[in-house]
Design a protein around this ligand. Sequence first.
Ligand code: NZQ
Ligand code: ZN
Length: 387
Amino acid sequence: MSIQNFEFYNPTRIVFGQNTIKKLDYLIPKNAKVLITIGGGSVRKNGTLIEVQKALGTRHVEVFEGIEANPLYETLMKAVEKIRHENFDFVLGVGGGSVMDGTKFIAGSVHYAGDPWQLVLDCGKDINKVVPFGFVLTLPATGSEMNANAVISRKTTEDKLPIKNELLYPIFSILDPTKTFSLPKRQIANGIIDAFVHTVEQYLTYPVNALVQDRFAEGILLTLIEEGHKTFIQPEDYESRANFVWAATMALNGLIGAGVPEDWATHMIGHELTILYGLDHGQTLAIILPSVLQEMRQDKREKLIQYGKRVWGLSGHNDEKIIDDAIVKTREFFESFGVKTYLHEYNIDKSAVDKVAEQLKRHHMTALGERKNITPDVSYRIVQASL
Ligand code: NZQ
Ligand code: ZN
């Protein structure tokens, strides 16, 4: 197998480092009417919002507050209406993945003539014009700051669905690691796990002799393993936090996924757990990934051995033992941040198995994984093994 043909395109300008929020002044047109989008208020409490407002100087600026974790269509539509009626011409998301994803949906919906939920049902492909938008990141995890994806939920219909469109790359993202110092431990843990699993979903598939992508992916995983605990225990240590922030961005900006097979089964099953039970995105990944690796260990055999040796430093001639140990190490890594990796630990019982399988069918997630052989039956076994 050789590396697949690919195109790599990523137009997002990254502005990285301390004291970089002031650069908003040249990143956003002087005459722009700016709508700042934020979540539940963390950026008010930690001073990021006021710094952003100052940097925008005399521009007309308003704030849209209340984008929830796992952003809801219903909430986002209020911002869409506001932009339509009041003619904002720039949207600035200040927050984590939910604010960034929500802002992408908002920016892509304003000019759409039909019901924007249709854009979600069509996976984002019908978005053909966006209101210009950029981000100030406050939570390293999703990579949304440098990719063209978003995940949007609708409570009434129990849907949490991904969209993707080249127009959804932000024009810029400011990554000031000090703006993430105020994160609660739970969110740091979620972020480390999310970035880790993004990397695994693009790396732990089958070999295609993509040497650069493999080494980059292993570099991200090793960085998360080596710096993860430091930044978890000492959130204000700039060095380790800065490395974590950049690792999370690089984990899902297209670079390590270029020309290689991609899995994403853990994510798609995880999304169903979030919409059904309200689990955090990172928690769902910590629960599902070990079961996916176990269930698919034959399909992923060569890469699991490579992962065990190069990432976890395992050795010996017994390949089955290396695979076993690699899966155990992965689970232990998640648990070392206090994240539980079984459904029963979140008081979720075996009725989840059928429910998740039904949701996956309803959402046409019936051929998941790098070989498209994770059918609803296989997903059923994966959730069952996660109880
Ligand atoms: O809402 P506020 O008050 O801002 O609080 C948030 C929220 O409660 C808080 N927070 C964020 N920055 C903070 C902070 N608290 C203190 N200090 C700060 N500096 O953290 C909580 C969680 O925020 P959220 O944005 O929901 O977390 P995350 O960044 O993990 O985003 C999760 C969402 O991203 C989607 C997930 O499905 C989920 O909806 N994903 C998006 C992806 C993408 N666009 O490529 C890929 C991912 O796989 C993921 O699916
Ligand atoms: Zn994720």
